[in-house]
Design a protein around this ligand. Structure first.
Ligand code: ZN
Length: 146
């Protein structure tokens, strides 16, 4: 049974979590740095249901993911939240891909980017241990041989 977990999470709560964790200095224009209160809502994206803002100072368009590793990936805030959670918990990319409805290469790419960012921030505490990475490597090698 597939559990529709992304449908059960509240979009506003997820959005708030993303703002707090990915824009700790405040969410706003990536170009001139004024806050989102100085932007107008421009449109809503189709797949990720994100509000696109237009800065009233410099006319730049941006959304919740601008300047983050999730930029251009068309994920909903619920998918982003659960993907980050899954990566932190060390869940396999195959499971995350199936549960969250995100294609496998995208999960791998985002996990890599998140880990690279985390290592940059805290070089002494990488997110996953070597064993998980090794398992993944063997799985991939196995797939190629078949
Ligand atoms: Zn601006």
């Amino acid at each position: 049974m597939e559990f529709p977990i992304t449908d059960l999470l509240d979009k506003e709560n997820c959005t708030q979590w993303i703002i707090e964790h990915f824009h700790p200095n405040g969410f706003g224009c990536p170009v001139c740095q004024v806050g989102v209160d100085q932007a107008r809502k421009f449109r809503t994206t189709k797949r990720s249901q994100l509000t696109v803002y237009r800065c009233q100072q410099c006319q730049a368009a941006y959304n919740l993911y601008t300047g983050t590793v999730f930029q251009q990936h068309h994920l909903t805030p619920m998918q982003v939240l659960l993907l980050v959670r899954g990566v932190l918990k060390g869940e396999p990319a195959t499971i995350l891909s199936a549960e969250l409805g995100i294609n496998y290469p995208t999960v791998l790419r985002l996990r890599h980017d998140l880990q690279a960012n985390a290592e940059q921030l805290q070089p002494e505490t990488p997110l996953l241990d070597d064993e998980t990475e090794t398992d993944e490597m063997f799985q991939n090698a196995g797939e190629k041989r078949v």
